[in-house]
Design a protein around this ligand. Sequence first.
Ligand code: AMP
Length: 466
Amino acid sequence: MPFSKLGLSQPLVSAINEMGYQAPTAIQEKAIPVVLEGHNLLAAAQTGTGKTASFLLPVMEMLSKGETKRKKRVRALVLAPTRELVAQVEKNAASYGKNLALTTLAMYGGKDSKEQKQRLIDGVDILVATPGRLLDMMTQRAVHFDELEMLVLDEADRMLDMGFIEDINKIIDRLPVDRQNLLFSATLSDKVRFLAKTAVPNPVEIAAESNSKTEIEQWLTTVDKDKKSSLLAHLITENAWDQALIFIETKHGAAKLVEQLGKRGITAESFHSGRSQPMREQLLEEFKSGQLQFLIATGVAARGIDIEELKRVVNYDLPFPADDYIHRIGRTGRAGAKGEAISFLSKDDFKNLCMIESRLGHLIERRDIEGFAPRKPVPISILNYVPKNKREGKPDSEKKAPRKEAKPSRSPESKGRGFKSDADKPRQSRDSQAKRRPQRSDKPKDQNRREDANPWGNLKPRSGNE
Ligand code: AMP
């Protein structure tokens, strides 16, 4: 079904078409008409399902019909748990609304509040905020909600897990009663339903159809760097793997690994920006047909490879940032098929692991492979890990967050799990890497640098729900 059939008008439809969205995802098909009809909505959907567009698009459609940007007034409020998510949602809103006159503002701690205050005085149609910073601004009377039309609680379960319930209630108390409310949550737990009772009265309830990502069995194994290639060869031969997409950081590393596997009798090919376009196309065809079993790709290929029945992805190097992990593992387990995502973890990867597992909201199962135990064990992650540079300069109440820190659970049930329960499901993410990834140059001379160039050239990136 095309987006226009869902009741969205041309400015939004052309903006999303330009972004490569060809058809709505399941959650979008369900949510958009309900919101456009003016109902309150309670939606079970995790990241990766296209949930952000499923609320932003109808919100923007509705707001675009009225008078935009009224001075000192906010017309729609989106509350989200983290500054990253706030930034992503606002970025999406700005892209979807490029043909509309709506104004958007991302509000979170660590950013100069003066500028945000001025923007609020000028008027903001859609304010996306973390509860902590928003409450600060409300206390300072910098934001007015008396003309608020719509409220969205995004990733409500995560906001509750982070201890934002009091802030959320305080905020809601100060909103006009006559408003439309949307709540999105990966799980509709009792806690979420309790919040929904007051925040989202009489909602239409929907759920994203079973997400293919839930079929991905993720596990990791700790290994010293110098043992990685032999571990990979061991896994391939011991488990008689017929195919794997193996992600590695650098072009040089990819070429070296092909050679190392070759010495062990395993044929593989490298796939990166250093290879010619016809060669890359040929490799992809061979890999898709099963003629080529092992493809060693630099991270950038995570965006382009769409193979119907890819059984297995290996993170030979753990990706950075955390969203890259999500995109990489998303290459497998597509369309309901079972998939496996294996990561090699070395001691230098600890912080990276913390960020990935915090992003997922749970620990990844660890498996020991006999003969490959590292000289020093890699500790269990700190969930809700905030890197040092992000901790500094948090000026407001968010500095105290996470309020109720989710402790890494070491219970046998929480360790070593696939995605048996809803709470275990991985959170998928949108294309925000470019924003958060540190800038890297793309000098082809340096074969050791992390591969970040687009090796796709004219190859079309996949257009699915990535
Ligand atoms: P979300 O679940 O909102 O985190 O979205 C995950 C990713 O899916 C983001 O990269 C979106 O840009 C992308 N996306 C959302 N809707 C669509 C769609 N209908 N078609 C293709 N990609 C989409």
